[in-house]
Design a protein around this ligand. Structure first.
Ligand code: ADP
Length: 672
C-alpha cells in the first residue's frame, strides 16, 4: 500500500482499473474487498480516516468498515438525497458533520441502480479535499456499491445458513433460537424476541427473548396495537416511539424489525429483531428477512404438526400398552410397528428391539402368518411357558380415513383367565351349596330329634341340641351376610355407620364374650385378650369391625387346635388389632392370594374345614373401607397372625383419610 501522504495527485486511469480489478477479484471475500477498497481510498484521498457506511431505507446510516473518529452517521445519511459528494470545509460545517477539529469532511453517495445504499466518508485532519479528489472518489463510490452488493450477497449466505439450521432442528426451542439468530444475522440485529400464536386460544405468547428485559417484552405483547402486526405481510421497521406497537420497549433498543410468520395464509407468530443504535437494515435485508420468515413459519407449523403427531402417537401407544391382552401391530409387508407389554411378556421379545423388523419367524403358533396374510381368524392357540394359556387370536385391518389398508393388528384374547373365573364361580356356587346344606342338615336333624324325643331326653341333651341348632343358625347367618355383602359391594351399596368408641374396650368385650361362649363347648377353646394401651378412642363402624374380628377368630379356631390370642395396640396414627393362632399356618406363596375373592389355598386340606373362600376378601374390603390395612404373618406348621389397622383420624363422616369410602357414603357419628 502506498503512502497516504501522496494526497494531491489525481489517480491515473490505469490505477483505477487496477483498484477495480483488485476489488472485483475479491468477490468471493467481501470483507477483504471492503478493506482493499478503503485502503485505496485512503491513498487516493491522502487520509487514514475513511469509512464505508451502509444507508438504510429509513434513512439512517451505519458504519460497516473503516476508521473514523467522530459520529459521522448523520452526515453520511445526508448523501441519500444527493447525487454529488458533500464537502464540509468550514469549521462550523465540519463540526455539524460530526468531525469537530478536522479540516474537511467528504461524503460521497454510494448508489446502486440509482438507489442510495451507502456513503463513502473521508475526514482530513490536515489540508482539505480538492476537486480532483472529489472526481476520483466518485469512481471509488461505484466500486463501493459493488462491494456493498457483495456484502448483501453475504447476507444471502447468512440467510442460507439460517435456513439450513432451521431445517435441521427438531425441537421447538432450538428452532426458535435458530430463527432469532438468523433474523439478527440477516438484519444486523442484536437480540429480540419471538412470539407465537397459541393454536387453541389464539393468544400471543413469548416463546423466546434475548437481550431485552422480560417485563418490557411482555408489556409489548400486551400492547393492543401489537397484535395488529400479525396481519402484516412483509417485514417492517419501527422505532419504539410512544405511539408505536413497541412503545413499551422505549430505551431498551433503537429499532425493531418485525418479521411476520405466516403459514398456509394464516399468521402463526412474529419474530422481532432488536437493532443496535447504528444499524439500519436496507431493502434487500428486509426482503431476505421476509424469505426467512416464510421458511421459519413453515418450520414452526411443521414442528407443531410433528409434536401433535408425536403426542397422538404417545397416547395411542399408552392405550395399546395399557391393554391387558397381547397386541402386535405390523405393516402390510409384515414389519413390526408396535408390541405391547402383554405381548412382550408372552412372546419373550422386546418392542424396542423388534420395531421395524420382520415378524415372520418371530411369533409362534402361526401368528406371524396370520399377520402377514391378513387371515382374520379367530383361531384358538395355546401359548406361554411354564403355564400355557388359551388365547383366541384375531387379526384386524388398520385403515386410513379413505379405507386404505396400511397395516394389521393381531389381538390375543386370553381365555384362560375367563375360564379360571368361570371355574371359580362354579366352584363357589358348589361350595356355597355345600356350606348352606351342612348347617341346614344339622339343624333339621336336631329339630326332628327334639320334636320326636324331647320329652324323654335329659335336659342336658336337649340344651346341647339347642346349642348346636343355635351355632348352626349363626353359621347360616354369617354365610348369608357374606353373600349379601358380596352382592352389595359389587354394586357399592354398603355403607359404613361410624360412631366414636373405645377400640380397646370394644375388642376386650368381643374377646370376653367369645371366651365365655367357647368355654362352654364340649371341646372348650381358650380365647386370650391382651391390650397394650388403656384406651383408643376411634371413629369406626362397630358392626363391620366385629364382622372382621369374628371372621378372623372363626378362621383361627378352624385352622388350629390350641388357644387364640387377640391383641390391640396403639400406633401414632392408627390402632392395630391382631388375631394369633398356633395352628397349621399358611404357605408363604399363598399369603397375598388369600385376601382375594373365592380363594381357598390348598383346597384339599382346607375343604375339610369348610368355608367359602370369601371371608378374608370381605375382611379386606371392610378394613379398607375404614382406610385401614389387613395382612398376615404366618409360618407353616406353627401358626398365623392376622393384623388389621384402623386410622385414628378417620373423618367424622366416615371417609377414610386420603380416599373415598369404597363402600359408599357413611352416616355421621357422634363425637364422645
Ligand atoms: P374360608 O371362608 O374358606 O375360610 P377365607 O377367605 O376366610 O375363606 O380364607 C381363605 C383361605 O385362607 C382359607 O381357605 C385357608 O386356606 C386360609 N386361611 C385363612 N385363615 C387361616 C388361618 N388362621 N390359618 C391357616 N390358614 C388360613
Amino acid at each position: 500500500m502506498r503512502n497516504p501522504e501522496r494526497r494531491g495527485q489525481a489517480p491515473a486511469g490505469d490505477e483505477l482499473t487496477q483498484i477495480s480489478n483488485a476489488v472485483g477479484a475479491l468477490g468471493a471475500d467481501p470483507d477483504n474487498a471492503v478493506s482493499t477498497l478503503l485502503s485505496h481510498a485512503s491513498v487516493l484521498l491522502g487520509t487514514r480516516e475513511v469509512g464505508l457506511f451502509r444507508v438504510g431505507l429509513t434513512g439512517s446510516a451505519s458504519l460497516i468498515a473503516g476508521t473514523i473518529s467522530g459520529d459521522l452517521a448523520g452526515f453520511a445519511s445526508r448523501t441519500r438525497s444527493s447525487t454529488r459528494p458533500l464537502l464540509a470545509q468550514t469549521a462550523d460545517a465540519v463540526a455539524g458533520a460530526g468531525a469537530t477539529g478536522a479540516r474537511a469532511v467528504l461524503a460521497t453517495p454510494v448508489r446502486l441502480r440509482h438507489r442510495p445504499v451507502g456513503a463513502l466518508v473521508a475526514v482530513a485532519r490536515t489540508g482539505t479535499f480538492e476537486s480532483r479528489h472529489v472526481s476520483s472518489v466518485v469512481v471509488l463510490a461505484d466500486l463501493a456499491a459493488l462491494v456493498l452488493q457483495m456484502a448483501t450477497a453475504a447476507t444471502v449466505e447468512n440467510l442460507v445458513t439460517a435456513g439450513e439450521s432451521l431445517g435441521t432442528v427438531l425441537e421447538n426451542k432450538q428452532l426458535l433460537e435458530a430463527l432469532l439468530d438468523g433474523a439478527c444475522r440477516v438484519l444486523g440485529g442484536n437480540g429480540g424476541f419471538v412470539c407465537l400464536l397459541e393454536e387453541d386460544t389464539h393468544k400471543l405468547h413469548t416463546a423466546l427473548f434475548r437481550l431485552l428485559p422480560r417485563d418490557q417484552v411482555e408489556a409489548t405483547l400486551a400492547n393492543p396495537s401489537f397484535a395488529a402486526l400479525l396481519h402484516e405481510i412483509a417485514p417492517r421497521v419501527d422505532a419504539p416511539a410512544p405511539h408505536s406497537p413497541f412503545a413499551p420497549l422505549e430505551g431498551a433498543c433503537q429499532g425493531i424489525v418485525t418479521i411476520p410468520l405466516r403459514a398456509e395464509g394464516r399468521p402463526v407468530g412474529l419474530v422481532c429483531a432488536a437493532l443496535p443504535e447504528d444499524s439500519q437494515p436496507d431493502a434487500t435485508s428486509l426482503r431476505l428477512a421476509a424469505v426467512l420468515g416464510q421458511h421459519a413459519a413453515t418450520a414452526v407449523r411443521l414442528l407443531w404438526t410433528q409434536s401433535a403427531t408425536a403426542t397422538r402417537e404417545a397416547e395411542l401407544k399408552a392405550i395399546v400398552a395399557s391393554f391387558p391382552d397381547p397386541i402386535v401391530v405390523a405393516t402390510l409387508a409384515g414389519e413390526c410397528v408396535l408390541i405391547n407389554p402383554a405381548a412382550e411378556m408372552l412372546f419373550g421379545i422386546s418392542n424396542d428391539f423388534e420395531r421395524g423388523r420382520a415378524v415372520i419367524g418371530r411369533l409362534p403358533g402361526g401368528l406371524d402368518e396370520m399377520l402377514l396374510t391378513g387371515d382374520h381368524g379367530p383361531r384358538d392357540v395355546t401359548l406361554g411357558t411354564p403355564t400355557p394359556e388359551h388365547f383366541v387370536a384375531s387379526v384386524s385391518k388398520v385403515t386410513t380415513k379413505d379405507a386404505r389398508e396400511i397395516g394389521r393388528v393381531l389381538v390375543l384374547h386370553n381365555k384362560s383367565k375367563e375360564e379360571q373365573a368361570e371355574r371359580a364361580h362354579a366352584d363357589f356356587v358348589a361350595v356355597i351349596g355345600h356350606e348352606l346344606r351342612t348347617p341346614l342338615t344339622l339343624i333339621k336333624g336336631f329339630v326332628k330329634t327334639l320334636i320326636r324325643r324331647a320329652r324323654d331326653m335329659p335336659t342336658e341333651s336337649v340344651l346341647e341340641a339347642l346349642q348346636t341348632i343355635d351355632d348352626q343358625s349363626q353359621n347360616l347367618e354369617h354365610l348369608i351376610e357374606d353373600l349379601l355383602f358380596l352382592s352389595q359391594s359389587d354394586r357399592a351399596e354398603s355403607r359404613l355407620y361410624c360412631e366414636w368408641s373405645d377400640m380397646v374396650a370394644f375388642v376386650r368385650d368381643f374377646a370376653t364374650a367369645a371366651s365365655a361362649r367357647l368355654g362352654q363347648r364340649s371341646t372348650p377353646r381358650e380365647v386370650l385378650f391382651r391390650a397394650h394401651t388403656m384406651e383408643i378412642p376411634l371413629h369406626f363402624d362397630r358392626t363391620k369391625v366385629e364382622q372382621v374380628l369374628s371372621h378372623l377368630l372363626d378362621n383361627a379356631l378352624k385352622y388350629s387346635q390350641d388357644k387364640v390370642l387377640i391383641e390391640v395396640q396403639r400406633h401414632p396414627d392408627h390402632a392395630e388389632v391382631t388375631v394369633t393362632d398356633f395352628g397349621i399356618g399358611i404357605y408363604s406363596g399363598d399369603l397375598d392370594a388369600i385376601f382375594e375373592r373365592f380363594t381357598q389355598v390348598n383346597s384339599t386340606s382346607t375343604r375339610e374345614h369348610g368355608g367359602t373362600g370369601v371371608g378374608l376378601y370381605i375382611c379386606r374390603r371392610l378394613v379398607e373401607a375404614h382406610g385401614g390395612r389387613i395382612w398376615v404373618e404366618s409360618t407353616l406348621g406353627r401358626g398365623s397372625t392376622f393384623h388389621f389397622t384402623i386410622p385414628l383420624d378417620l373423618a367424622v363422616d366416615g371417609t377414610p383419610p386420603g380416599g373415598a369410602n369404597p363402600l359408599g357414603e357413611a352416616a355421621a357419628g357422634l363425637r364422645p
